[in-house]
Design a binder for this molecule. Structure first.
Ligand code: OGA
Ligand code: MN
Length: 303
């Protein structure tokens, strides 16, 4: 067997959809992964954008350790939704405490987005670990933003060339979104609609990013806008900008650009925030517990 064959025999890689996503077997992420295997994983990641690692038994330390191989981890700006002893891990759950209040964020990700696109240096990738999986619903979808860009008609490609857009964390600043009608302040607790504190506001000033970015590793162009955080187009009237953004979202969210993930307990899913957007599909009853923990890798200024 040649050296090349040996180099590629470690992992089993099976595509999960036409658009993006692959399942990776043959690696135990609770063990320190060798440099060679890590490079195989990274190559598969650049090719498939979303990697699913089924059946991983991970402690918080192991989740953090593997995630940190991709770069420094971000402590999520929503300080109170991170694990007290592991601030690199964001807790997404609909669990309640004795008093009936939600213990953390219960509806994170329920509008299409790229994690932390509202930061000057948005996240390059996220690693989400499935802990409690509801029997019904709770899927997550990812969309391929290279495909979104490539699908744009020539005229639209030309129109967005060099254009930039504003990204904002607080969805109360997003004219496209609003809380469900009749939601009370109490119900907003543990929800994405909860009022942001002055500290969070201070850590998340509005930022401007190119509408089309070049992935620094693959050199491919990807659309970089999303419904949740992208609010306005720079140097354009609000109406005109909104109509352009709505057009772009249509290309981004086309069914043929999407992988829908049905979670199994102990799946670890790694995705690339530079060339994908994702959506928590919801649709599970509040009595069924869904708990996920996410590590978020810091990225670079998009260009
Ligand atoms: C996230 C996210 C989606 C989900 O963790 O970044 O958006 O389905 N999660 O929980
Ligand atoms: Mn997310």
């Amino acid at each position: 067997m040649g050296a090349d064959a040996v180099k590629h025999m470690t992992l089993s890689i099976v595509k999960r959809s036409e658009a993006l996503g692959a399942e990776i077997r043959g690696v135990d992420l609770s063990q320190s992964v060798s440099e060679d295997v890590f490079e195989e994983i990274r190559a598969a990641w650049y090719e498939h954008l979303v990697l699913v690692f089924p059946d991983q038994q991970l402690t918080n330390e192991q989740h953090i350790e593997f995630s940190a191989r991709f770069g420094p981890l971000e402590v999520h700006p929503s300080g109170k939704y991170v694990l007290k002893d592991y601030p690199e891990l964001l807790l997404l759950t609909n669990k309640k405490n004795d008093k009936g209040g939600y213990v953390s964020l219960r509806d994170g990700g329920s509008v299409w987005h790229s994690d932390l696109s509202y930061m000057g240096e948005p996240s390059l990738g996220s690693l989400l670990y499935g802990i409690d999986i509801p029997e019904i619903g709770g899927d997550t979808e990812w969309a391929n933003m290279y495909f979104a860009y490539e699908a744009l008609p020539k005229t639209l490609k030309k129109r967005v060339e060099g254009l930039r857009a504003i990204h904002q964390f607080d969805q109360n600043d997003n004219p496209r979104l609003g809380p469900p009608p009749g939601m009370t302040v109490d119900e907003m607790k543990g929800s994405i609609w909860e009022k942001k504190s002055p500290e969070i506001k201070a850590r998340t000033p509005d930022v401007v990013h190119p509408i089309v970015r070049v992935h620094p590793e693959t050199d491919r162009k990807a659309l970089f806008v999303n419904r949740r955080f992208t609010t306005f187009v720079v140097d354009m009237e609000a109406d005109e900008g909104e109509s352009l953004l709505l057009d772009l979202f249509e290309y981004a969210e086309r069914p043929e650009h999407i992988y829908r993930h049905k979670w199994n307990k102990h799946d670890l899913v790694l995705w690339d925030n530079r060339c994908t957007i994702h959506l928590a599909c919801g649709g599970f009853p509040d009595e069924q517990i869904r708990t996920m923990q996410r590590a978020t890798v810091r990225g670079e200024v998009p260009v």
